[in-house]
Design a protein around this ligand. Sequence first.
Ligand code: GTP
Length: 212
Amino acid sequence: MPSKPKLSRVVSDGHYADSFEPEHEDEIYDPVKEDLVRRMLSEIGEDPQREGLRRTPLRVAKAMDFLTSGYQLSAEEVIRKAIFEEDVKEMVVVRDIEFYSMCEHHMLPFFGHAHVGYLPNGKVVGLSKVARVVDVFARRLQVQERLTNQVADALMQHLGAHGVAVVMEASHTCMMMRGVQKQNSTTVSSAMRGTFEVDQRTRAEFMGFLHR
Ligand SMILES: Nc1nc2c(ncn2[C@@H]2O[C@H](COP(=O)(O)OP(=O)(O)OP(=O)(O)O)[C@@H](O)[C@H]2O)c(=O)[nH]1
């Protein structure tokens, strides 16, 4: 039985690539996860052996590994790879970073946009790394508020900024597809650190960048 590729094969340099492709129809990716999915399919009254579902356990196992790949990644590693000394004193804002995460209560997706600002302290970070840090924490089982805090804390700690601000706006499918079934409500969460926390004008300037 072919063994599952080690995560080190697909996680490198703090980045995750969904690179595993089975070489033939019957290849097994992760026997434990695939068996769990097969049992779930049976429990909901499906036939895991029917044509359309035969490879579903493998696909779900791969999808779950990707959607939770943030556990294998380190925000510190992502940030440290691309810090540049720059004499920049003004606020840097990366806005509208789309993200997908999964709520830890129902394991259903929530998704939306993150807006991240920081006040540099002699160093700037590669812009793509800000978006990667969002993914490091989004690709885990989460609650939106913790996700927002984790992004802010990681940037504050590893970038050594004067301050960091994170605002996230998301739709929760656990509130849309089931339960209370509200299709149009969105949740906004924020985390303010350093200057953004203590200086109302800095916070207002950041919020101003979010309104177009
Ligand atoms: N604060 C917060 N709550 C969340 C998040 N994602 C899901 N939830 C909520 O977690 C709560 C779990 O409540 P429970 O009563 O234990 O679960 P439930 O019976 O499935 O609740 P309903 O969704 O109201 O049907 C629900 O109110 C969800 O809306 C999140 O990111 N942040």
